[in-house]
Design a protein around this ligand. Structure first.
Ligand code: GLU
Length: 505
């Protein structure tokens, strides 16, 4: 690459951040970092009717959680600010006016009532080369009338004048050459009546002014590309256009169409990066973070949803991804989302991460269940012991709350039917031995347990399950002597005594 790339993620802050959006951020970020370039976050908030309270802050929080730090953003500033399009409003008009002066765009004065009437009259009405001559615009009104209306401040928009029968081409980094017929593209609005640019004008002007070299965005923007190519040609020269890549969609698990928030609600998995609460309806949509995903797993899972490094490797750190990522290896087709696979990634990341990386999150989850943990060392030992059994972070609570709280309900049903005096004697002896022992470690506890079993002519296997149930409350958990070791002498003996009491009632 001859010059350092500058890429951008340009979200419209309108709600929860869909995993497709996060993957777009990720691919931008990886590409920039791999080539020593800059990653810009630009907030595209020119549609004032879609303003959503808190949506911009939410985007920062999501990027922060994912560890995808921008180099320039509305918060950080940078040499090409402002980075929030609403604050750049005065910049855009002159470009739209220039296009009108050059005959590439025109003023349109049609009111919303008039447009509505047209839509009723003609099904699938499009403001385009086939209909513009029947509309109220500077092309039909002529110069004197247009000037008069402008001087009287009659509300108007500026539309691009799509040329007839032209092949508009560009080379997409993923799809290769893409061609459009200009006749089929409508005359998109560039500048709105409120003086704000539309996405089409703003994206081209800002990519130019911010010296963006590569623009990677979702496939849903492909139909807009011919408009953008023309705007580049007319305003800044097509040769200066960033290299584009339109990223394939993330599909529903059955492959039938784009994965939507509704699919997540329907099938019971998250689609947003983090919890999103709609400020208007107060509806809360769960995110991957709150569901108990580690950011490393989330990023890893997204990276390989539509890309691979050519080998069988599936687990990658962000640094490895940065080193290995290449746009050429991004798949052309959509990638089916598979929640079970997403959970597999999380399980793998829980196993390979240091407990300290997620200890505080688990502690928080315990406190939500009113289990307040003060002994950090004990927490660490417990998490270390059960991590192989946990897929999502809340599993830690389920797998280990008995370490911090005597189980309220001990399910004795699996052991009661086979309970006999021999077993009772065994546990009485176990209590006596454990009370005297001064080596409270798993191995020593196990040896003593086995010795007593041998002396009582009982198979250790017959008393292991009862022992587990006494300590844990059920048939789950890690090695029972590891559990006893962490619970400590007093608590272990207390639980055995309590259980014996209930069995013999
Ligand atoms: N504002 C557009 C969006 O919300 C950005 C598309 C682009 O990256 O050009 O997705």
């Amino acid at each position: 690459m001859d010059k350092k790339p500058r890429v951008r993620f340009a979200p419209s802050p309108t709600g929860g951040l869909h995993i497709g959006g996060v993957r777009t951020v990720l691919y931008n970020y990886l590409f920039a970092k791999k080539h020593g370039g800059d990653f810009v976050l630009r907030i595209e908030d020119t549609d004032q009717t879609r303003f959503v309270e808190g949506a911009e802050t939410y985007i920062y929080q999501c990027l922060d959680w994912c560890g995808l730090k921008p180099d320039e953003s509305p918060l950080l500033g940078g040499p090409y600010g402002p980075y929030r399009q609403s604050e750049r409003k005065p910049i855009y008009r002159k470009y739209a006016e220039q296009l009108v002066a050059d005959g590439k765009a025109y003023y349109a004065f049609d009111t919303s009532t008039e447009l509505e009437a047209k839509r009723k009259e003609i099904s699938n009405f499009q403001y385009s080369q086939s209909t513009r001559s029947a509309m109220k615009n500077s092309l039909t009104l002529g110069e004197p009338e247009t000037k008069k209306m402008l001087s009287e401040n009659v509300p108007h928009v500026i539309r691009i004048k799509m040329p007839p029968e032209e092949e508009i081409k560009f080379t997409d980094m993923i799809r290769g050459e893409v061609t459009f017929n200009s006749t089929l593209v409508d005359d998109k609005v560039l500048l709105k009546a409120d003086g704000m640019p539309t996405y089409h004008l703003a994206v081209v002007v800002d990519d130019f002014l911010m010296k963006i070299t590569h623009a990677f965005r979702g496939e849903e923007w492909l139909p807009s590309a011919p408009v953008h190519v023309l705007l580049w040609r007319y305003l800044f020269g097509e040769e200066n256009m960033p290299q584009w890549a339109h990223l394939p969609l993330i599909l529903k698990p059955d492959g039938n169409g784009k994965l939507s928030k509704r699919d997540g609600d329907r099938l019971g998995f998250p689609v947003f990066a983090m919890d999103w609460k709609d400020p208007k309806t107060n509806e809360l949509t769960t995110g991957f973070k709150e569901r108990g995903f580690l950011p490393e797993a989330f990023i890893n899972m997204l990276a390989v949803l539509g890309w691979n490094d050519g080998s069988e490797q599936e687990l990658f750190t962000l640094d490895e991804l940065t080193e290995k990522f290449s746009m050429e290896r991004v798949h052309k087709g959509g990638a089916k989302f598979n929640y079970e696979k997403a959970k597999w990634f999380n399980h793998e990341w829980i196993k390979r991460s240091a407990v300290d990386d997620y200890k505080s999150m688990v502690k928080e989850m315990f406190s939500e269940k009113n289990i307040i943990i003060t002994d950090e060392e004990k927490l660490k030992r417990v998490l270390e012991l059960v991590k192989d059994r946990c897929t999502l972070l809340p599993d830690f609570v389920q797998q280990s709350s008995f370490f911090f709280q005597t189980p309220e309900n001990i399910d004795l049903s699996p052991i009661k039917p086979k309970w006999d005096d021999k077993k009772n004697q065994f546990f009485i002896e176990l209590i006596r031995t454990y009370e005297l022992t001064n080596q409270w470690q798993a191995e020593a506890l196990e040896n003593e347990f086995k010795e007593i079993a041998a002396a009582s002519q009982i198979k250790p296997g017959d008393v292991l399950l009862p022992f587990r149930i006494m300590l844990v409350g059920g048939k789950f958990g890690p090695g029972v002597f590891d559990i006893a070791a962490i619970l400590g002498k007093e608590e272990t003996i207390h639980r055995i005594k309590q259980a014996l009491g209930s069995i013999n009632q």
